[in-house]
Design a protein around this ligand. Structure first.
Ligand code: SF4
Length: 444
C-alpha cells in the first residue's frame, strides 16, 4: 500500500477527507500526534479543528491519573456522539482498557507499539480494506519529523518505556520496558529537524536519564547532538534524578543548551520517597540541584511533586514545602496523589482524604507561585535569546532559553516567527500563572 497517497479522493472534485485529533496527557503523546497529523496532511487529508465534524477522529489517550482516565473516556464519548465514520483510540488509556474498548466495539483500538502506523490503518479503512491494528508495523521511534502544524518547537523521542516501577505509576505497564533509540537515528532526526526549520528541539522519552545505546550514556548522546551544525538550541524534557554523571552537568555550559531542567522530585520526605520506590534521597536530589544552581546563575529548575501519597503526614508534607522553598523551583507541577489500580500504592493503607490532598495542593501551588515571581524578578535586567512563536497586535511572543515567556513589542511582523531575538527583560507584565515578562530587543 502506498501510504503517501490518500485512497479516498478519486476525483479532484471530491473534498479531502478530514481527520480530527484529540490529545491527552504528556508531551510524548503531543509529539506523536504532531507527527501523525503531519504525515496525514502530507498524504492529502485535512486536519480538522477541535470542534469540527470530521471523517475520522484519532484520540491519543492518557491513563497516568484517574483524571486522565476520566478525560480520555469523556473525549472518546464526545467523539462517538458526533458519529464520524471512524474513531481510532490509542495511547496509554487505550492500552490499559483495551479489552473493555474492544468489547464495546465502537472504536478501533491501536496499541502503543503500532501507534506510529495509524495513518496506514486510516488509508486502508477508507479504501475499504480491513487491517487488524496489531498487524500494523511495530516500532515506537518511527514517527518522523512533523511539520509545524500545531507547534514551532519540536520534540525528538530518544527513549520509551521504564523499568523503575515507582509504586504510584502505571506507565511501565502501559509503555513497556525501557528501550533507547539508536544514537545514529537521533542524530539524523536532529539534522532533519534543523533542515525542516525547527530552531528548538526537546529531547523526550519516558525516562531519558536512563538512555543507554550499547554503552553510550545520555550525557554522551547530548554532547554529540550539541556539535551538529545549525542555528538551534536543545531543551531537555522532564528527567529523573538518577544516573546523572559529571558530563551531564557540563552540558549546560554549551551555548546551544537551554539552561532549564524539569527534575522530578515528587516528595521532600525520604520515607515517602522510599515508599514511592524512587531511586534517590532528598540529599542526593539536593546535591544535583545545588550543583546546577551554583554553577549556572539564573538556571531555571522546575519539578513535579505528588501530595497526599498514602501515609504522608503533615510534617512530611512540610518537608516537601521546605525543599520547594529552599531550591526555589520556578514551577512545581503539583499532583494530588491519584489511586491507580494495578499499582502497589493503590493497595497501601492510610490513603489520604481528598480534602487534605486539595488543601496540600493549594499550599504548594501558592509556594510555587511565589517562587516563580521571585525567579522572574531576579531575571529582570538580564539578556536572553527568545525564540519567537507568534506575532499579534504589534507584539511578538515566545520563550527564552530559561523558559521565561516574553512579549516583545515590535512593528515587524514579517519573518519574525521562528526566529531568535536577543532581548533584555524589563518587567513582569501580569502576576498570573503564566507571568509573562516584557522585553526590549537588543539592537546590534
Ligand atoms: S520513573 Fe517512575 S514515575 Fe517515571 S515513568 Fe518510570 S515508573 Fe513512572
Amino acid at each position: 500500500m502506498d501510504s503517501r497517497q490518500p485512497q479516498s479522493t478519486d476525483s479532484e472534485s471530491v473534498p479531502a477527507r478530514s481527520v480530527a485529533f484529540q490529545t491527552l496527557g504528556c508531551k510524548l503523546n503531543q509529539y506523536e500526534t504532531d507527527a501523525l497529523a503531519s504525515r496525514l496532511q502530507k498524504a492529502g487529508y485535512r486536519i480538522a479543528a477541535d470542534d469540527e465534524p470530521a471523517d475520522c477522529h484519532i484520540i491519543n489517550t492518557c491513563t497516568v491519573t484517574n483524571r486522565g482516565d476520566r478525560k480520555s473516556r469523556n473525549t472518546i464519548n464526545r467523539a462517538l456522539r458526533a458519529r464520524p465514520p471512524l474513531v481510532v483510540v490509542t495511547g496509554c488509556f487505550a492500552e490499559s482498557h483495551r479489552d473493555e474498548l474492544e468489547r464495546d466495539g465502537r472504536v478501533v483500538v491501536v496499541p502503543n507499539e503500532n501507534k506510529q502506523a495509524i495513518d496506514q490503518l486510516i488509508e486502508a479503512h477508507f479504501a475499504g480494506e480491513m487491517v487488524r491494528p496489531d498487524e500494523l508495523p511495530r516500532g515506537v521511534f518511527d514517527f518522523g519529523v512533523p511539520d509545524p502544524i500545531f507547534h514551532t518547537r519540536n520534540m525528538i523521542k530518544i527513549q520509551d518505556g521504564c523499568d523503575n516501577y515507582c509504586t504510584f505509576c502505571i506507565i511501565p505497564f502501559v509503555r513497556g520496558r525501557a528501550r533507547s533509540r539508536p544514537a545514529d537515528q537521533i542524530r539524523d532526526e536532529l539534522k532533519r529537524n534543523i533542515d525542516a526549520g525547527y530552531r528548538e528541539v526537546v529531547l523526550t522519552g519516558v525516562n531519558i536519564s536512563r538512555y543507554d545505546d550499547h554503552g553510550l550514556a545520555f550525557s554522551q548522546l547530548v554532547e554529540s547532538l550539541l556539535e551538529t551544525d545549525g542555528d538551534f538550541r536543545i531543551r531537555l524534557s522532564s528527567l529523573e534524578p538518577d544516573r546523572l554523571d559529571d558530563r551531564f552537568f557540563d552540558l549546560f555550559a554549551h551555548p546551544r543548551m537551554a539552561p532549564h531542567l524539569h527534575l522530578c522530585l515528587q516528595s521532600g520526605s525520604d520515607r515517602i520517597l522510599l515508599q514511592m520506590r524512587r531511586q534517590y534521597t532528598t540529599g542526593e536530589y539536593r546535591s544535583i540541584a545545588e550543583r546546577l544552581l551554583g554553577r549556572f546563575p539564573g538556571f531555571n529548575l522546575t519539578t513535579d511533586c505528588i501530595v497526599g501519597f498514602p501515609g504522608e503526614t503533615d510534617s512530611e508534607f512540610e518537608q516537601t514545602c521546605a525543599i520547594v522553598r529552599e531550591l526555589g523551583f520556578s514551577h512545581v507541577h503539583t499532583f494530588p496523589y491519584s489511586v491507580r489500580s494495578g499499582t502497589r500504592a493503590a493497595r497501601m493503607s492510610e490513603q489520604i482524604p481528598n480534602r487534605v490532598k486539595s488543601q496540600r495542593s493549594a499550599v504548594l501551588r501558592e509556594i510555587s507561585g511565589a517562587n516563580r515571581y521571585a525567579f522572574r524578578s531576579r531575571a529582570l535586567g538580564t539578556s536572553d535569546r527568545v525564540l519567537i512563536e507568534r506575532f499579534n497586535d504589534g507584539a511578538a511572543t515566545g520563550y527564552t532559553g530559561h523558559y521565561i515567556p516574553v512579549v516583545v513589542p515590535t512593528a515587524a511582523s514579517d519573518g519574525v516567527r521562528n526566529r531568535f531575538l536577543d532581548v533584555t527583560l524589563r518587567r513582569i507584565i501580569e502576576d498570573n500563572d503564566e507571568m509573562p515578562v516584557l522585553a526590549d530587543p537588543i539592537t546590534p
